[in-house]
Design a protein around this ligand. Structure first.
Ligand code: HEC
Length: 288
């Protein structure tokens, strides 16, 4: 409604049939370019028996080191029952799911949303599980978050971290539980370079993703290690202070846990990257 009003008044301002035509052309052009972006859809996961029929596969027992139970680096194996995740994506999200530059989105009962890059599912084996093999209650004690007995169902995404020890370091990130819906989402890419921002920031957005978002976030997307919103935080910084911090955090605070940016690159290159990231973050709208 608001958009229409704005448009109508701009049209009135310019006046004449020619300008109306002009706006129509621009408008069509915009809709075509937006049409390229992924449709965001969520699909409710059916009950386990039904899901087994849809993917035409038998349930499997999968043994993992349960990351929620890891304490003092001691790995505790648990056996779950479920299905391989990728065939489920093919049936529910479409055969083309793995060609998308997108995340698989997992929506949980309490509204929590985990978004995991498609590429991770092509590198490692994930399973959507719905029970424990020994038929003990489908719960886990979340050691890191207060130790309460957390319900895992209806579905819990687990990774074969026994065959792929590289996954062990990631801990419980990417293991959403109480999952009820799945979907494909390009929201993360969009939040790194939202529609209103110039495509000239593309390089900077990728640099920030690579060097900063493993620990920090931009408007809700990114890592969990120190999940501050860089789009918001940067607005408190002058460029010189920001660059100084990013290039040499321990110079500013000897106890800083943040690593310096690109430590083995030349000084010129490091400053160029820090500056690009600063100006990009400064231009980013804060939406969270
Ligand atoms: C390995 C994790 C990690 C990475 C990667 C990382 N940081 Fe940090 N960052 C931290 C931690 C931890 C802190 C908290 C202060 C400390 O202990 O160093 C922090 C603090 C900050 C702060 C200060 C926040 C405040 O309260 O003012 C800023 C700004 C910041 N980081 C920006 C960046 C930028 C920009 C990048 C990418 C170039 C980046 N960080 C990469 C871990 C990281």
């Amino acid at each position: 409604m608001i958009m229409l009003e704005v448009e109508a008044s701009s049209i009135r301002l310019i006046q004449g049939k020619f300008s109306v035509l002009f706006f129509m052309v621009i408008f069509t052009f915009c809709s075509i370019s937006y049409g390229d972006t992924l449709r965001e859809e969520h699909h409710a996961l059916p009950a386990p028996e039904e899901l087994g029929k849809i993917i035409d596969d038998a349930e499997k027992v999968i043994r993992v080191y349960e990351p929620h139970l890891t304490k003092d680096n001691q790995l505790i194996p648990v056996e779950y029952v479920g299905y391989e995740a990728n065939p489920i994506f093919s049936e529910i999200l479409g055969q083309n799911w793995h060609n998308q530059k997108a995340d698989i989105e997992f929506r949980a009962l309490d509204g929590y949303i985990a978004r995991i890059e498609v590429s991770k599912f092509l590198t490692f084996s994930a399973y959507l599980v719905f029970a424990k093999k020994d038929r003990e209650p489908f719960r886990v004690t979340n050691v890191a978050q207060g130790g309460e007995n957390v319900e895992l169902g209806p579905y819990y995404l687990v990774w074969d971290n026994i065959s792929n020890p590289a996954l062990i370091h990631e801990g419980a990130s990417g293991w959403p539980y109480q999952v009820t819906e799945i979907g494909l989402s390009s929201a993360r890419m969009q939040s790194l370079l939202p529609g209103e921002m110039s495509p000239l920031f593309f390089e900077a957005s990728r640099l920030a993703k690579k060097h900063c978002l493993t620990c920090h976030q931009i408007n809700g997307y990114g890592g969990e290690k120190f999940p501050i919103n860089l789009a918001r935080i940067v607005k408190n910084y002058k460029e010189t202070a920001f660059v100084k911090w990013v290039l040499h955090p321990q110079g500013v605070n000897p106890r800083a846990g943040m690593p310096p940016l690109l430590p083995s690159d030349s000084d010129t290159e490091r400053r160029r990257v820090a500056s690009l990231i600063y100006n990009y973050l400064l231009a980013l709208p804060v939406t969270e």
